[in-house]
Design a protein around this ligand. Structure first.
Ligand SMILES: C[S@@+](CC[C@H](N)C(=O)[O-])C[C@H]1O[C@@H](n2cnc3c(N)ncnc32)[C@H](O)[C@@H]1O
Length: 210
């Protein structure tokens, strides 16, 4: 290797070689120009709409919600985790605009719903008959390590700093905490969301597609 040579392999695939495959799920532009998106290999050259439609056939029964009052940069990570663990939907509670940076474009493959206030979110959850499970290390929270999350639920996360707001806490049928052992008061909401979603996966999901 010579100085300055790129040590990283380029992500994705180049233009399709040979005869074009037939099928509505293929994206002509990606076939033509190559597919450098952050998607698993089985979706290479598929249109975004076709990927979403395929994911929709096997989304899990849990939803994810996060309060967004201060443009928390962790929300992007929550959305990315929701995509990786295939949440049914992501709910942004509070401000409509959220910091997309950490999402790494995964929000394009998720259903993201906005609720201006906690009351709107609570009304939606009640209409769907979904229990709201608060994830926060608050007084009275039960250790998540000792429980099984319900199959049908919304996991609600709080804001960096204050955590779950008072109305959000009041809306929760249960509150669960993630065990910590060090000196910090908390982990960030993005990390907490990954741990909680994976707890749901361990309890209810089968193996992922090959
Ligand atoms: C940075 S925390 C802030 C709040 C925290 N209650 C405090 O006292 O500092 C932001 C969000 O991350 C999640 N979180 C962080 N640490 C957690 C833990 N140990 N258990 C459960 N959720 C946690 C919660 O959803 C919380 O609302």
């Amino acid at each position: 290797m010579t100085a300055g040579e790129d040590i990283f392999t380029e992500v994705g695939v180049g233009p399709w070689m040979g005869e074009r495959p037939a099928g509505e799920h293929w994206d002509p532009e990606l076939l033509e120009q190559g597919d450098r998106r952050n998607v698993v290999d089985r979706y290479r050259y598929w249109s975004r709409e076709a990927v979403v439609a395929d994911l929709d056939t096997r989304r899990h029964d849990f939803h994810v919600a996060i309060e967004n009052w201060q443009h928390d940069f962790n929300i992007g990570t929550v959305v990315r985790n929701a995509n990786a663990f295939l949440a049914a939907e992501v709910h942004i509670v509070g401000q409509r605009r959220w910091n997309r940076r950490g999402a790494m474009v995964t929000d394009r493959y998720q259903h993201v719903r906005h609720h201006p206030a906690i009351e709107d979110f609570v009304a939606w959850a009640a209409g769907e008959d979904l229990p709201v499970i608060g994830i926060d290390n608050l007084p009275g929270s039960r250790p998540m390590e000792t429980v099984t999350l319900p199959r049908r639920c919304v996991l609600l996360f709080g804001q960096e700093g204050p955590g779950l707001s008072d109305p959000a806490r009041a809306a929760c049928t249960q509150l669960f905490s993630i065990a910590q052992y060090g000196s910090t008061r908390s982990i960030n909401a993005g990390v907490a969301s990954g741990i909680a979603m994976h707890a749901w996966i361990r309890a209810h999901a089968g193996p992922p597609p090959a």
